[in-house]
Each structure stands twice: as C-alpha cells, then as structure tokens.
Write a protein that binds this ligand. Sequence first.
Ligand code: COI
Length: 425
Amino acid sequence: MKRHQRPTHFFTRSASSALHFYQNRQLELYASKEARRLTIRQLVFFGKSINEGRLIQSANYVRTELPVRIAHRLREMQTLPYVVVNQEGVADVYEAYWNAFDKFRRYPPITTLEENREFCRFVRSLLDEHKTAIPNLSLGLSLSSPYLEPDRLDSFLRRMLISRISRRVLAEHHISLSQSLAVKLNGEPAKGDSVGIISLSLNVKESIEKCASFLRRWPFDVDQDALEGATHTTAQSEVVIDGHLDTKFSYIQPHLEYIVFELLKNSFRATRLKHAKAEQLPSVRATIVAGEHDVTIRISDQGGGLLSPEIRHPSDLYSFSHLRNPHRMDISRLGALRVVRSSQQGMTATVDEQVNVWKSQAHSEDPQQNAGIGSHPRIGIGLPMSNIFATYFGGSLELVSVDGYGTDAYLRLPRLGTNLEGIEL
Ligand code: COI
C-alpha cells in the first residue's frame, strides 16, 4: 500500500458498505472473545511429550487464538483519533493485521501432519511479513504524540506490543514443536534442553557472557557516536559477572538475551561517552541473584546516569510521547525509524539474528579487524521493548539513575513459570 493511502477496511464507505459492515461484524465477533492466556509451565507441559494428536491440537489452538488476539488490537486501533490512524506507519500496521486476521479466520481446521506443515509455512510467512510492525508503530505513535495524551498513547502502545510478543511466541512455539516432532518421527535424537521455544535450564551467566562478547566484538554504534559529534575512546568495558553464577531457569532465551543485550549496549555506550578520553574504561557489573520466585539481574555501569534536562525520570525512556521523552521527535530518530521500516529487515528477533545483520553490514572484509560495523540507527526502541519483554510473563525492569555517576538496571524475571501472559484486553 502506498504511503498515506488509507486501508480499505478503515473508512472507505463508498466502495462497499455492505462488505465493510460484514467484515466489521466478523471483527466484533472475534474481539468479543477472551484471549486464552498461557503460562510457561503450560507451554512446557503440553509440548513435553509431543505427538501427532497434541501437535494438531496445538495447531488448532494457534489457528483460533491468534485471530482473537489480533481482533482485540484491531478493535482498539479503530478507536484511535483519525489524526493518529493517518500517521505514517500506523495504517500499514492496521492493514497488515487486518489481512492476517482475515486469513486466520478463514483458515480451515488442521487435521493431519501434512496440513500442519502447510499451516506452519503460512504462519512463518506472516511472521516475516510483520517484521516491520514495531518500527512502523513507533514512528506513527511518535508522530502522533502531539495529539494523544501521554498515558493513553503509552498504554495503547503497550497493549499493541505485548500482544504482538504473545502472538509471535505462540506462533514460534508451535513451529518449533512441529520441527521437534518431525525430528522425533525421523528417529533422530532431540536437540538441546528445550521444549518448543522454552529453554528448560537457561544458564543466565552464559547468556550474559554471550551478549557481552558480541558487543565487545561488534561495537556497532561507534560510527553513530562520531556522527553525533562525540569524541570517543575505542576502548571497551569489561563485564564482570558475580552473584549466583550457576543460576538456571526455564525461560525464552531470545527474550532474556534481548533485554540483557540492550542493557549492556546502553551501559557500554554511556561508559564510552562519559569516559571519552580514557584508555581503560570502568567495567560494567552484572550481578545474578536466584531468589525463591524470581531471578534478578542487576547491571551497573559508571556511564554517568540517565537523567538530563530532557529526561526527568528513567521511566520516561520507555515513553513514546514527546512530552515525556522529547527525543521521540528528533529528526535523526524519526529518520532512523523510516530507514528501518523501509528496509524490510524490521526488528530482528534474537541477538544472533541481530549480529548477523551487523555482520552483513560490515564495511571491512575482515570483521574481526573492523570496529565500525555499518552504523546501526538508534531508533529508541531497545528500552521500551526490553520493558515489555520483561513484563510479558510478570517480571519487571527498573532503571535507577545515580546522576553524575552511573545507572543500575534491575531486571526481575519469574523463575517458576506459573504467571499467565501479561496481555491486556
Ligand atoms: C505479529 O507479528 O504481529 C503477528 O501477529 C504474527 C502472527 C500473525 C503470526
């Protein structure tokens, strides 16, 4: 769809009022159903001894559950003021979600493994098509922030993003279970200690080390700092990990690593900018604590803290309203969002995928030698998304700024897997 062209289902009455009316009736029907929310434990329990019958059940759950969850969000989008819906990016998301909703609701029941294979291909193609939803929404809602009260804007976006995470989790989990069953039926041994996309004994220290090592090898935003006029050191912080080093728990590895990666990335950058002339940088400390109910990771840096004349409270960094975070309207940030949304690359889902993208953007033939990975646009999504990932299964992410010195980030994730998904109606 061309930019500024309105999605057909939104306002076009003249073309086909009857069709429009019918389609909206379908939407109402689905939007009136409650989402059937799950816990990590349920996802693991159900997928543990996967067989044909269970896989078909899982496929039909995804087939009937996703349109309900999409319908809730479409319904909410319909209540937005016209000026918001008309912003760049928002109509694209509406159109993509409408199409997905319509395809899911028409999808016939799945009864065989062959039909499930086709269903997985269908779901995978939608997962790919929706890659640009987050930069699109961020751009559209940032541009809308003069017209929407900050609480409304942020709560709307929160529901959109957490619902999106939830749908992608259900979809990816089902695809992964389908692959596991195929492996099992081939008589091959199961790979790794996981059920679907849930790692059963995720080693927290190893995940932190992996993220730190990627960042030390690919300090991708050095170029960007230079562009922003910052003189910078080429030194890198060490990451010192302490606390309960053998902590393992059941969780979705890409979610944990997304958050840790973002936090370390911010800490590295802040430290480099604060100690721009230093030959050796203060280390970043990651402390792991395994409590009875939660795993907590504290990441502390000496990067000078978060607050500035523009950012008055750390949680303002999660906001998409320019009234709380004026950087939302920075020309450079809006431009970077436009680049990302049109790249079709959208938001990469895992740290590994992200690193592959940077590698493919490297200027030099020899990535080991090359500190200047193609400058990654700073789009301001990392912290809000980390917050959403943290809260999806009932955890939290709190940022404490010790101004003039550094930042402590407290990530708390539930370790028992008994919390329901945090999606809201
Ligand atoms: C999304 O990415 O937002 C989705 O809803 C994916 C789903 C349609 C498979």
